[in-house]
Design a protein around this ligand. Structure first.
Ligand code: C5P
Length: 211
């Protein structure tokens, strides 16, 4: 039997990362935050992003991400890096270079992967594909709170328009656009707590496994 994958895709700030890492912890599975790879390529810079994507030295530790042995965890979450990542993510050569790396995370006993194309391109045979959404207002508020907690400030209006712009770019690109897989389960987290979303994903996974 192949190693089971749970794919969680969705727009920016939909809560994918929090939900995916909690589901992974509950099941004792590995966790892949694929957006971090695109962010790392953006952070590494240089004028040949596809070469960087293929050759960068990345380590995902418990709570830290190392790029070429440097702890870059705090820089990665930057909104500007997210925007650059989304520009770089349009390039087919970058996506191709990251494909093998992403699939390499599929190790026993299982993997929970979050991103934009986990269910459509990277793990099309995932046993469960969730498309996690939330209203723009909810997502902007969550981002606002995250930034505030870190002592950074941005207005809700600016955050909403930046999120919408990034989603539009991610959904409009030619290669691996942001869209639910045909066999994905859609989940709107706007009015749910993190615990409720995690429970729903775990229940759906367990339903699939007993079939
Ligand atoms: O998920 P996160 O916001 O960290 O991703 C940053 C950017 O990386 C996204 O806006 C998207 O353009 C790109 N990305 C992608 N495919 C993925 C994950 C992220 O294109 N699987």
């Amino acid at each position: 039997m192949s190693v089971p994958v749970i794919a969680i895709d969705g727009p920016s700030a939909s809560g994918k990362g929090t939900v995916a890492s909690r589901v992974a912890a509950a099941l004792g599975f590995h966790y892949l935050e694929s957006g971090a790879l695109y962010r790392l390529v953006a952070l590494a810079g240089g004028d040949a992003p596809e070469r960087v994507a293929a050759s960068m030295d990345v380590e995902f530790l418990n709570r830290k991400i190392l790029l070429n042995k440097h702890d870059v965890t705090d820089y990665l979450r930057n909104e500007a890096i997210g925007d650059q990542a989304s520009e770089i993510a349009k390039l087919p050569a970058v996506r191709a270079a990251l494909l093998g790396r992403q699939r390499g995370f599929r190790q026993p006993p299982g993997l929970v992967a979050d991103g934009r194309d986990m269910g459509t391109v990277v793990f099309p045979d995932a046993v469960l594909k969730v498309f996690l959404t939330a209203s723009v207002a909810t997502r902007a508020q969550r981002r606002h709170k995250q930034l505030n907690d870190k002592g950074k400030h941005a207005t809700l209006a600016a955050l909403s328009s930046a999120l919408e712009e990034r989603d539009k770019r991610d959904a409009a690109r030619a290669v691996a656009p942001l869209k639910p897989a045909a066999d994905a389960v859609s989940l709107d987290s706007s009015d749910l707590t993190v615990d409720e979303v995690v429970d729903q994903v775990l229940n759906k996974y367990r339903e699939r496994m007993v079939r």
